[in-house]
Design a protein around this ligand. Sequence first.
Ligand code: 5GP
Ligand code: ZN
Length: 113
Amino acid sequence: MTTDLDCLFCKINAGEIPAKMVLQTDKITAFLDINPQAPTHVLVIHKVHTASLSETEDPQVLLEVMQGVQAVAKKLSLTDYRVAINNGASAGQTVFHLHAHVLAGRKLEWPPG
Ligand code: 5GP
Ligand code: ZN
């Protein structure tokens, strides 16, 4: 498995930093965001470290992250939710390990800020 020793989300994958787990498979980890922006705010990450969406070369990783999002929605019985991926610092990315935000539980405005 590709990991980055200095990466916060690789450490969560490895169980070295605790997180409130929602779902774990051999491919992905889903856990509650520490600073939730909605009543439900889950982060879905792959076990393989890739820094961002634009730097992910293996389409299988993207597929499995999205399958992880579906599995989270099913597990939490979410019908209406938003999936967001911030790509790059100017777009709001602060942790450089690809992750999908799953937001639900309140009316979500459009466009996002
Ligand atoms: P980004 O801004 O990169 O799209 O999203 C990173 C997210 O990770 C943020 O929403 C932030 O609240 C969350 N986060 C940062 N550090 C931690 C942590 O140690 N634990 C958890 N569960 N979430 C974190
Ligand atoms: Zn990582």
